[in-house]
Write a protein that binds this ligand. Structure first.
Ligand code: CA
Length: 274
């Protein structure tokens, strides 16, 4: 028996296993139908994991696929049989393009944007000028929003059915903030020292590359860490060594998405007291 993945057109896109990793000599595993008569109702494999990549290690595009089991009964002249199980892959983030603001006759502003998504677009989260997020469009599939606030900057986070997110913006770059990348973050950092660390927790909207920086009161970076391809960071600790003087320090979090957009948080304060 073997297991592979085919695309919607029936092309083989990934070979998963012929179960030879479970035999001593590397030959295909021979399943025995009558093993069940001895009370063994399943084969005790550790579990098979497949990462959604093709045999060359590339992520497969969004779309419909099939797991294909191919088995041949163990007698002379038997023909192989196939079982196909359909499933969907959605690992590619949507693209947000063409964000436009149109003045309307009644004094309101219409914001429109395009979303390129190969699988299913769920909806968008919007930020107009400030840090308050507008969730009204989530799960509606809408690509427009009307506001009475004059948009200086519009940030759009499009979300697909698997909660992959894609970011786009239009307007004044100086008003950009980290809202579309950082859902929530928190620093517990009062009177920290060698024995009592500061703790940093970040919840992202998506997997991305994170850069966390700690600066002193003069704005000099004293330490930083890069954490790649993570969704969230739980309780990252910082123990300021004795060489750091008592006083206020500042931590910022920068997220960089798969399209190369970087957004940096406002600083949070850490006080060091040895
Ligand atoms: Ca997608």
């Amino acid at each position: 028996m073997s297991l592979k993945v085919e695309d919607e057109q029936g092309n083989e896109v990934a070979h998963i296993t012929n179960f030879s990793e479970y035999t001593e000599d590397g030959s295909p595993f021979s399943f025995k139908k009558n093993i069940m008569s001895y009370g063994d109702y399943y084969y005790g494999f550790d579990g098979l994991f497949w990462s959604g990549k093709d045999d060359e290690g590339n992520n497969l595009p969004d779309g419909k696929y099939y797991y294909v089991y191919e088995s041949t009964l163990n007698y002379e002249g038997a023909e192989s049989q196939q079982t196909k199980i359909p499933f969907k892959i959605d690992s590619v983030s949507p693209d947000v393009e063409n964000i436009k603001v149109t003045d309307q006759l009644d004094g309101t502003y219409k914001i429109t944007w395009d979303v390129k998504e190969e699988s299913d677009y769920l909806g968008s989260i919007l930020w107009i000028n400030d840090h308050d997020s507008i969730y009204d469009l989530m799960e509606s599939g809408e690509k427009e929003y009307i506001t009475s606030v004059k948009p200086e900057t519009v940030m759009v986070l499009a979300v697909d059915n698997f909660y992959n997110t894609g970011f786009g913006y239009a307007g004044n770059e100086e008003l950009l903030h980290a809202g579309p990348f950082i859902q929530w973050w928190h620093v517990s950092g009062t009177n920290v020292n060698e024995n009592k660390p500061a703790s940093i927790t970040v919840f992202g909207y998506n997997r991305m590359d994170w850069h966390i920086e700690i600066s002193d009161a003069e704005g000099h970076v004293v330490e930083y860490v890069d954490i790649e391809n993570e969704h969230s960071i739980y309780g990252l600790e910082w123990n300021p060594s004795s060489e750091y003087p008592d006083g206020e320090y500042y931590v910022t979090v920068t997220g960089t998405d798969d399209k190369g957009f970087s957004l940096t948080s406002e600083p949070e304060t850490i006080t060091v007291k040895h």
